[in-house]
Design a protein around this ligand. Structure first.
Ligand code: GBH
Length: 481
């Protein structure tokens, strides 16, 4: 099939217009070729959906699962919207077969899910809870039986409560590596893609510096920086542990919400500004992973509060990755200036359009710039968009429909800009839509719905939204329109 690039738009508009006759639309493929307006993705591009254990599983007390910090936090009055918890969530612990059916109906080839560490190791360490592992064996087998490739995140924030000191303790990264090794050993025969951690800033800074997320602490800078260090150390040790315990060819990466900087105008000086800002702002996390050392500017800025690093830490942290996963929701706009840093980040005007979650300011070009900045800075071998999606004020009609046109708008625009990255040759291998289901949205409880399937949390009935139909079309055509 001929690949049509943006540059050719001008010459193909006439052909598109000719696709009607006497006001009647002709069949799409009447001319033996896709409409020129279709943005075709590369052959073999992977389409998927993403979820996380604590947000969908429920079954919090089932089959020997241990408590996680999110159980404790959500059960503490005042921490989540209306005191809501993940005790039941989507009950995917029991309904996973139905959820795999939903995936199958969409036609996805991949599914990104996470493992609840405390389901497998109730205290975070040995002894193992075999029934916990059994559950993930069942889910993986069900996915494979339906030709869906599992991508597994080892840690999506539900840290076992019993680990003393949580991420403040240097032993926790070691316990994480042991857990990663165990999962590698037991699932690595069938699972070939692992992500160590999801979004460092959320389980380090939001949990330990700002207190918004579990465990809800507000530590001073030095301690909070040490927590960050333990987070990236856990990632590095887990990369080594997975590699040592899985067949060769297993792909290891992570899912990171690097701050995405978009140049205000696409000119060389602003593009450079966006790159510099990306490197600086992600200094304690992705930049350090990619470069194998903390940037000097970060160490200078933190001074006496800089993290304490032990021999071997940086080798682990700098482990080469097979892919980088990016969770993309919203942009930050940046412009070049004459300051020492060379750029300034612009605040959003109050009129900036946002989605149902106010933090999701609409700026779909951010997905393109996330890929471009990360690839240009660090030459990564492969990129996945490990999350992209939005909340919407969904309404279930009496006929059982959800017309989430704003979510479709959001997704269509993001994919249009992602397409640009693939056209320009950036190694984007796949896209995971957040999320398969409405679910427990952390501190926002069930007040924000991110799913392309509506969930009635009383009956657990799943209903495909308009966005699910739209995504199915997109996947079938391997193109966005
Ligand atoms: C991701 O986090 C998570 O990986 C996923 O679990 C989550 O469900 C999804 O995105 C949607 O949120 O309310 O202004 O204080 C995104 C990172 C961090 C963004 C917390 C919202 C709170 C902003 N999130 N942040 S605010």
């Amino acid at each position: 099939m001929r690949k049509i690039t943006r540059r050719q738009f001008g010459t193909t508009v006439a052909a598109a217009a000719a696709a009607t006759y006497a006001g009647v639309a002709l069949p799409r493929f009447a001319f033996g070729a896709p409409l020129p307006s279709a943005l075709n993705f590369p052959k073999g591009f992977l389409w998927g959906c993403a979820t996380a254990s604590y947000q969908i599983e429920g079954g919090a007390a089932d089959d020997g699962r241990g408590t996680s910090v999110w159980d404790t936090f959500s059960h503490t009055p005042g921490k989540t919207y209306h005191g809501e918890t993940g005790d039941v969530a989507d009950d995917s612990y029991h309904l996973y077969k139905e959820d795999v059916r939903l995936l199958k109906n969409l036609g996805v080839s991949t599914y990104r899910m996470s493992i609840s560490w405390s389901r497998v190791f109730p205290t975070g360490k040995s002894p193992v809870n075999p029934k916990g592992l059994d559950y993930y064996n069942r889910v993986v087998d069900e996915l494979l039986a339906n030709n869906i490739t599992p991508y597994i995140t080892l840690f999506h924030w539900d840290l076992p409560q019993e680990l003393p000191g949580g991420w403040q303790n240097r032993d926790t990264p070691k316990a994480f590596a042991d857990y990663a090794a165990f999962i590698g050993k037991h699932l690595g025969d069938r699972v070939h893609h692992f992500m160590t951690t999801n979004e460092f800033v959320c389980f380090t800074d939001l949990g330990y510096r700002y207190g918004q997320f579990a465990p809800g602490l507000k530590l001073a800078a030095a301690e909070a920086n040490q927590v960050r260090h333990h987070g990236i150390l856990a990632h590095g040790l887990a990369v080594q542990a997975i590699r040592a315990n899985t067949p060769s060819g297993t792909q290891v990466g992570l899912a990171e919400n690097a701050t995405v900087f978009v140049p205000v105008i696409e000119t060389p000086e602003h593009i450079t500004a966006a790159q510099k800002a990306t490197r600086d702002d992600n200094a304690p996390f992705l930049t350090t992973l990619m470069e194998g050392k903390y940037p000097d500017s970060y160490l200078e800025q933190e001074g006496a509060n800089a993290p304490k690093v032990e021999p071997g830490d940086m080798e682990a942290i700098g482990s080469k990755l097979d892919f980088v996963g990016l969770n993309i929701y919203t942009p930050q706009y940046v412009r070049a200036d004459d300051s020492k840093k060379g750029y300034v980040v612009l605040p959003y005007p109050t009129s900036a359009p946002h989605m149902a979650s106010p933090w999701i300011v609409l700026g779909p070009e951010c997905i393109y710039w996330s890929v471009r900045n990360v690839c240009d800075l660090w030459k990564v071998p492969a990129i996945y968009i490990t999350e992209n999606g939005t909340s919407s004020d969904d309404v279930l009609t009496p006929e059982g429909k959800v017309y989430d046109t704003d979510r479709v708008m959001y997704l269509r625009n993001h994919l249009t800009h992602l397409h640009r990255a693939t056209e320009e040759g950036y190694p984007v291998k796949g896209y995971f839509l957040w999320s398969l289901l409405d679910n427990f949205e952390w501190a926002d409880g069930y007040s924000k719905r991110f799913g392309i399937h509506y969930v009635d949390f009383k009956t657990q009935k799943r209903t495909p939204k308009l966005s699910a139909e739209w995504y199915r079309e997109t996947i079938a055509k391997n193109a966005v329109e």
